[in-house]
Design a protein around this ligand. Sequence first.
Ligand code: URA
Length: 237
Amino acid sequence: MRLEKYIATSGIASRRTAKKSIRAGCVTVNGEPVFIPGHPIDEETDCIEFEGKRVEPLTQHIYLMLNKPAGYVTTRRDERGRPTVMHLVAALPASIYPIGRLDLETEGLLLFTNDGEFAHRLMHPSHQIEKTYLAWVKGMPSERAIQRLREGVTIPTGKTVPAKVKRLKVNKEGVSTQCEVVIHEGKKRQVRLMFKAVGHPVLRLKRVRIGNLRLSNLPQGQYRFLTPGEITELKRL
Ligand code: URA
């Protein structure tokens, strides 16, 4: 098995993080650092250490969803000491990590697992899993602006691919409008940049769906385990 796959399968880190750590010389095989991802290992006989800790093969995988409140950083550790999403799942004994990320101010559905292979597959751009967001935006976007979002707009990282966008409701004074956006890309700050590009900055953003998983009425700051049916369906997607 490839070294980074072994680490990811063991639940210690995602495959991407494992590769970075390998390149940085933080992973040893039988006491020797291996700087090249892809290094083949024998799971039965080799002794693998990740940042000085023995990597044991994992027996149980965990999958859960959190309703992330605004103000929490999606990272395992924040150098600036801000609250991270890890604080909200700290009661769990297993070492889990978030799949993908939501911006500091974005709320809603965030998945966690210790199954590195699963996380890697879900985040891979080729999978194109649909995600639904509720966006409260400034002003009242015209039908023309909504149409532009549907067709794709230019943001600093390139042109967005077509999205499903709907106006849901306008507040009384027309100060803000609630919209629904369905995208399957994961460009950084994508929804915020899309609305900015058509002149209607996002005031509040919440992810409510990833593929077959809906946030529903999970209270803010709380998490729940995925059901076996949800996990199977997500893997099938
Ligand atoms: N799009 C954004 O702009 N922010 C997020 O957190 C997720 C999608």
